[in-house]
Structures are given as structure tokens and as C-alpha cells.
Design a protein around this ligand. Structure first.
Ligand code: 5GP
Ligand code: MN
Length: 343
């Protein structure tokens, strides 16, 4: 799974006490947070000084996770984060594969002199790192962290905190085991995490059953009033502008998951969520089946991700973004035209 020489080199590196920073991507999700916290709980046991850094605020439904209270947020604490980066002997990038995924933190990471490692499952990694633990066909970076600890030969270091972190990473990145989880290995790992004491029902509730009333009503509004179904294109779009967010007292994380709902319509193979954020339109893409969201996001919307889930952005107005999106999708009408079937 990983390059053997890389594993040996990193094992040697970790045999000496290091100052390690773990870095999550911007707009942190459960995978980048869970994988970073899992690594932190592991690396601390080896005697390293470890800090987990995140570019901006993370959703409150992850703040029950052990260690989340110590995450250092660049947007709120830039000086301290810069100092940690300057002093680090090892910089571990978690769940992203190019530095621009960390927003304003990117230049400080680029300047950091520590050894740069990446552990990630996205397509097309950049060449900014010293060591790569990059496996594309994996459910999540959380799963890769487990495999990393296994490759080092340290599974005996797994404990409940690591297990909770990695379970949350895997659960959230597979939409509760509904996509990107077709390998038996994922379930063997999950079984081990449960044996270590993870309560899957509880984790599910802590992450998914902790909505505010406003968040649930924003979901209802999105589906009832802000959904366009482009039947001919087998695609659907939800577009939320600043007023929609304001009216439902938007909090970080409130739009998470909304993009998945249009895919439950039969024959809708692509769903796009447009969200007006500051001066940009954030774009989230989800597909079912063969349609490649990564290519769409990379080629047209300054983004990327996976085949079935990607993100990007547009600097046009909401109205023009919608027009542009429809025009772009028209060029993909053949790729979007298929039926999901059981063969
Ligand atoms: P989401 O729609 O949940 O924000 O992101 C879906 C997937 O695409 C995630 O795996 C995320 O890491 C990736 N992604 C989201 N936004 C971007 C982006 O702007 N650039 C790239 N390269 N990947 C993104
Ligand atoms: Mn991920």
C-alpha cells in the first residue's frame, strides 16, 4: 500500500523526538479533523511534541472529539500557528494534497523548514511534499492513518481516543458507509476500532443528530425553495445566497450534507450546491455512478477532490454562476446520461 522505503525513512525519523505539526485542510470536515486527532494521539505516545493546526473554524458537531479543544485555528490565532510552523521539525499534511487547500496558511507551510509529509486519498497530488502516503482508492484519510500506524508496526499503540478519531473520519467521509467504502479492509479496520471501544450509534448521534432547529429548517428551505432540477442534464442544483444563510442564522457546518439530497432523485446523477460566502460562490459537487466530479471541478471551477465528491469556487455572481454552470454541464450531457442499475 505505501512505498516501503518511505515507511522505513519515516519510521527512522519518528524514532527521535520531534516537534510535529499536523495540518488539516480549510473548511475542515470529519476526515481531516479525525485523521489529524488520531495521528496526534498516536504520535504523542511516541514522545513527540505534537500540535494540530486548522486553517479556519470547524463545525461544532466535532467539538466532542477528544483533543478537539486543543486544535489551533489559524484564523483566530495566526501568530501562534506561524510560530508552531516555524519551529516544527516535521510537518504532517492530513487529508489534502496541495498546499493551496489550506487557504491563507499555505505560504507559511511552504516556508516551513521541517520535513513535509502528506497522508491523503485525493487524486493528483502536488509536488510540494518530501514524503507521500497517498492512496486514492481508500475510503478516507482516517483509514490511511490506521494503515500508516500498521505499516510502522505500531498497532499496539491504538487506544480509544485514536479509535474514536479514526472511526469518525471513516464514518463521515463515507456518508455513514454509503459511498467510497467498497473494500473489505475498511470494515476490518472499523471492526477493530469498535473492538477498541467505539460506540457507532453514539458517534452517529453526536455528529448527525445535533442539528439546531435553524439548520434543519435551512435544509427544508433548500429542498423546497432553492432546488433546480435540470432534468435533461440529469443534474440538480441548490443555490443558497447570503440572505438564505442569514435568515436561518447560519453557523459553520450548517450546509454540510445538503448537497447529497438531490442525488436521491432517480436519474439525477450530479448534484451541485452553490453557497455565497464572502466574495465567492463555494461549489460542492456530488455524483452517483460514473460521472467524474473531480474533472468537472478541476477543469471549470478552480477545485478538485474525488470522482464522486469534489469542491470548487466561482468568482461570478450567483446568477452568472448558475448560467455558467448550466452552460458547462451542457458540454457534459453525454457523460451525465446514464442509469444506475443492478447487473
Ligand atoms: P466538500 O464539497 O465537502 O467541501 O468537498 C468535497 C471533496 O472535495 C472533499 O474531499 C474536499 O477535500 C474536496 N474539495 C473541496 N473543495 C475543494 C477545492 O477547492 N479544491 C480541491 N482540490 N478539492 C476540494
Ligand atoms: Mn477525506
Amino acid at each position: 500500500m505505501f512505498d516501503r522505503t518511505t515507511v522505513q525513512e519515516v519510521k527512522k525519523l519518528l524514532a527521535e523526538p520531534q516537534k510535529i505539526v499536523l495540518i488539516s485542510h480549510k473548511n475542515p470536515d470529519g476526515d481531516t479533523i479525525g485523521a489529524a486527532l488520531g495521528l496526534k494521539h498516536y504520535l504523542q505516545q511516541l514522545g513527540h511534541e505534537v500540535d494540530a493546526l486548522v486553517p479556519n473554524e470547524f463545525p461544532s458537531f466535532y467539538n466532542w472529539m477528544p483533543g478537539s479543544e486543543k486544535l489551533l485555528i489559524f484564523d483566530q490565532n495566526a501568530k501562534e500557528v506561524q510560530k508552531k510552523l516555524e519551529n516544527a521539525s516535521v510537518v504532517f499534511c492530513v487529508d489534502f494534497n496541495s498546499l493551496d487547500r489550506t487557504g491563507n496558511m499555505a505560504s507559511y507551510i511552504a516556508e516551513a523548514t521541517g520535513v513535509k509529509l502528506m497522508i491523503d486519498h485525493h487524486l493528483q497530488p502536488s509536488e510540494e511534499f518530501d514524503h507521500y502516503f497517498s492512496v486514492v482508492n481508500t475510503s478516507s484519510t482516517g483509514e490511511l492513518v490506521y494503515s500508516f500506524i500498521e505499516a510502522i508496526g505500531h498497532l499496539e499503540y491504538l487506544n480509544l481516543n485514536i479509535a474514536l478519531s479514526l472511526y469518525t473520519a471513516i464514518m463521515t467521509d463515507t456518508g455513514s458507509f454509503s459511498y467510497a467504502c467498497n473494500n473489505g479492509k475498511t470494515y476490518q479496520i472499523v471492526a477493530h476500532l469498535i473492538d477498541l471501544g467505539v460506540d457507532p450509534t453514539l458517534v452517529h448521534r453526536l455528529v448527525y443528530d445535533t442539528f439546531t432547529e435553524n439548520r434543519l429548517r435551512l435544509l427544508g428551505h433548500s429542498i423546497s425553495n432553492k432546488l433546480l432540477v435540470l432534468e435533461d442534464l440529469h443534474a440538480a442544483v441548490i443555490y443558497l445566497d447570503k440572505d438564505d444563510l442569514k435568515n436561518f442564522n447560519y453557523q459553520v457546518g450548517d450546509t454540510e450534507g445538503i448537497v447529497n439530497y438531490p442525488l436521491s432523485i432517480e436519474n439525477v446523477n450530479l448534484s451541485v450546491l452553490l453557497t455565497e460566502k464572502n466574495s465567492l460562490i463555494r461549489m460542492s459537487f456530488r455524483s452517483k455512478g460514473e460521472f467524474d466530479c473531480n474533472i468537472l471541478a478541476r477543469n471549470h471551477f478552480n477545485g478538485g477532490g474525488h470522482k464522486n465528491a469534489a469542491g470548487g469556487s466561482s468568482t461570478l455572481s450567483m446568477e452568472n454562476t448558475l448560467l455558467n454552470l448550466k452552460e458547462v454541464l451542457t458540454n457534459y450531457s453525454n457523460e451525465l446520461d446514464y442509469k444506475i442499475s443492478f447487473k
